[in-house]
Design a protein around this ligand. Structure first.
Ligand code: SME
Length: 172
C-alpha cells in the first residue's frame, strides 16, 4: 500500500494527517521535523474562496498529534508570518536551502538549517500546509518536493472525500 492509499483509507481527516506525518517522517533520516498546520479562522470559509495573499486573514494551527519531532512553541502562525504563512498565501511550495538567510523564517529549533513548506490545496482553497525542517543544509531537492507534493495532494483529497470533518459548504 502506498502512503497515498494509506492516507485515503483513514476513517477521519485527523487520522489521515497522523498517517501522513508518520509516513513522511519515516521517508528520510534528514526529515527531522514533519508537521501539518491547518488553516482556521479564514473569514472566507464557506464561500469556497481561499484567503487572499498577504492579507493576514486566518491562522495556521498545529495540533498536538499533527507533528513528529521536537515540540515547538509556534503552534499558531498567521498567514503573514513565517515560511508557512508565505507558502499558504502564495499557494506555492517554498524550499529554503539555508533558513538563516531568509528573514521570513520563524525558528522552532536552533539546529534547523533547511525547510520545505507545501500548501495543501483543495481546488483553490488552502486547507493547510505540510511543513518539514531538516538539520542538514539544502536537504530538500526536486525529488523531495515531488514526493511531498503528492502527499499534500492526498491530504487535500482526504479532506474532500472523508465524511464528517467539514461543515457543510466548506467542500470545494
Ligand atoms: N519555520 C516555520 C515555523 C514552523 S516550525 O518550523 C515548526 C516558518 O517559518 O513558518
Amino acid at each position: 500500500m502506498t502512503l497515498t492509499d494509506d492516507i485515503l483509507a483513514q476513517p477521519s481527516f485527523d487520522a489521515a494527517i497522523r498517517t501522513a506525518v508518520a509516513g513522511v517522517k519515516a521517508m528520510r533520516p534528514a526529515y527531522d521535523w514533519v508537521g501539518v498546520y491547518l488553516l482556521e479562522g479564514d473569514p472566507s470559509a464557506g464561500s469556497g474562496q481561499a484567503p487572499s495573499a498577504g492579507s493576514g486573514q486566518g491562522v495556521l494551527t498545529l495540533q498536538d498529534d499533527h507533528y513528529r519531532g521536537q515540540p515547538t512553541s509556534h503552534t499558531r502562525i498567521p498567514l503573514d508570518s513565517g515560511i508557512c504563512g508565505a507558502a499558504a498565501s502564495s499557494r506555492e511550495t517554498i524550499v529554503i536551502d539555508d533558513v538563516r538567510r531568509d528573514s521570513r523564517y520563524i525558528a522552532c529549533s536552533l539546529s534547523v538549517r533547511s525547510e520545505i513548506v507545501v500548501p495543501i490545496m483543495a481546488g483553490e482553497r488552502v486547507v493547510g500546509v505540510l511543513d518539514l525542517d531538516s538539520d542538514t543544509p539544502a536537504a530538500f531537492v526536486e525529488s523531495d518536493r515531488r514526493e511531498l507534493e503528492r502527499v499534500a495532494a492526498a491530504l487535500a483529497q482526504a479532506w474532500q472525500v472523508i465524511p464528517g470533518e467539514q461543515p457543510a459548504g466548506r467542500r470545494v
